[in-house]
Every structure is written in C-alpha cells, then in structure tokens.
Design a protein around this ligand. Structure first.
Ligand SMILES: C[S@@+](CC[C@H](N)C(=O)[O-])C[C@H]1O[C@@H](n2cnc3c(N)ncnc32)[C@H](O)[C@@H]1O
Length: 255
C-alpha cells in the first residue's frame, strides 16, 4: 500500500515501491510491440490507451494525482545524477520543457534558462516548483498533443515518469515535434514506481530491459536521432538510467 503523502526531506523514504528485478530469469532486451507505433489508439471513456500498455489500475489519473505529493521520488544521489545530466545536455539560456513535472526541479540551480515549461497532473505541485515559468496541467494519457509550437523548445526532460505513459510513443513523437532541430530530450528513471500505475511491460523487465524499452519508444517515435543510453547510477542508493535522444533534423520546407 502507498503511504499518505507528506512534504518529505530528500533523505526521507519515497512513496514508490521498488520494482523487483527479474534479472537472470529472462533476457534483458524486451521486444517493443509493433502496435506501440500505431496511430490508431482505442479510446475508452475519453482516455487514450494503447492496448499493449494497460495498467493494473486504469482508473482516472486525475483522481490518482488529485492530492499533491510533496515528496521526492528518488534519493539525493540519483537526483544529483539527473541534475548532472541536465547540466551536460540542456542548453543554458534555452527554452526548456519539463514533462511530467512536480513541485521539485532537478535543473541545475546555477544555470539560467530563458523559460521552463512544466507539464504535470497536479496544479499545486507545479505552482510550488520554483523553476517553472509556465505551468500546464494536462493528462497525457487522455490528450497527448502538447500545446506548444512546433520547433519551439531547446531541450526537454522527463524524470522518473515515462513508465506512466499509456501511449509513450505518441507522447515522445509530440516531444520530437516541439523540439528544435537536434535539441535533446533527456529521459531518466530508476527502479521505483507506483506499481499499479505503470504500464505492464515495466513490471516484467529488469533495469537493462527498461532501458531498452525506453530506447525502443524513442526509436518508434520516428523523429529522434543519436539515441544513447547511459547508466549514471551512484555507487550507493537508487540506480539512475538515462535514454537521450535528439530531435531529428527537419527539412527547411517542413516546420
Ligand atoms: C514520480 S512523479 C515524478 C515527478 C517529477 N518528474 C520528479 O522528478 O520529481 C510522476 C509525475 O508524472 C506526472 N504524471 C503521471 N501521470 C501523468 C499523466 N497521465 N499526464 C501527465 N503527467 C503525468 C505526475 O504529475 C507526477 O508529477
């Protein structure tokens, strides 16, 4: 059971359960279902769901995220690894998109950006995030179209959240659309999650398999290039993995 949520210092326990690794039982590399790339998506009660990515709890995300969770979702060492990746990949002075954002920002405090747009499920969490210049409350599992101009963003990030997307390929394709040519998307994750809310494949894979799965999402999106995977796990504590892609170059005739 998940515990009630209170504002927590970084050293305090997170909400999420640790995902049991199935390492040694199955090959690490998953197979991304071919249906993940389909544009036809079933729509039940207004919700979009790729049938492959069902969740144990498919009730509304609005209800699940209605109460703010002022907690951190990974430990301090893993957060520091995320911040270092942002330092390396997200361009100083750029317009940044923090997708699936909360009250906490992992952007390096010493770096200034022209804007930071945060999109998440809880308005109170976004309002408390000190780095956000724009806040968007949107359920990406209902509506994966980002309310942003094509080629308007210099760098994007998704931290410990990609596993909650029921149409990950379609969302990432949208991120590719709004990124400028060659602009980076940094996706990070650990081994904690709300098990009932993650897509089914996430629970059946080990850490290496999840890295391959997310890489497969970006490849299937079709508008990313130079996709790399990194293990930035600190020596102790929560592991930290990254999948990084760069928006594929568009021809000048297309936007
Ligand atoms: C584990 S938290 C991570 C928050 C933040 N990225 C961080 O690193 O602290 C998961 C986040 O995903 C967001 N989220 C979950 N489901 C979502 C959905 N369907 N649409 C948009 N955001 C969602 C929630 O608002 C929440 O902030």
């Amino acid at each position: 059971m998940l515990r009630p949520f209170n504002r927590a210092a970084p050293h305090q326990k997170r909400d999420e359960a640790r995902v049991i690794s199935n390492s040694g039982r199955e090959p690490a590399a998953p197979i991304l279902p071919s249906s993940a790339n389909q544009t036809a998506i079933s729509s039940e009660n207004g919700r979009v769901t790729d049938p492959i990515f069902k969740r144990a709890d498919d009730s509304s995300d609005e209800a699940f995220y209605a109460a703010p969770r002022f907690v951190t979702h990974i430990d301090a060492g893993a957060i520091a690894a995320v911040t270092q990746l942002y330092r390396e990949y997200l361009p100083e002075g750029g317009a940044i998109l923090d997708l699936m954002a909360s009250w906490v920002s992992h952007l390096p405090s010493e770096i200034t950006y022209s804007s930071v747009t945060g999109l998440g499920m809880n308005a109170a969490e976004l309002a408390a995030n000190p780095r956000l210049t724009t806040q968007i409350v949107q359920n990406l599992n209902r509506d994966f179209i980002l309310p942003l101009e094509t080629a308007s963003v210099d760098g994007a990030c998704i931290c410990v959240s990609v596993d909650y997307l029921t149409c990950p390929v379609q969302v990432l394709r949208e991120v590719g659309r709004v990124l400028k040519n060659s602009a980076p998307l940094v996706i990070t994750f650990s081994n904690r999650c709300f098990p009932t809310k993650v897509i089914a494949p996430w629970l059946s894979l080990d850490d290496a398999g999840r890295v391959e799965l997310v890489k497969g999402f970006l490849e299937a999106a079709g508008n990313f290039a130079s996709i790399t995977t990194l293990n930035r796990s600190p020596q102790r504590g929560d592991p930290l993995y990254a999948v990084i892609g760069h928006a594929a170059e568009r021809s000048t005739s297309s936007t």
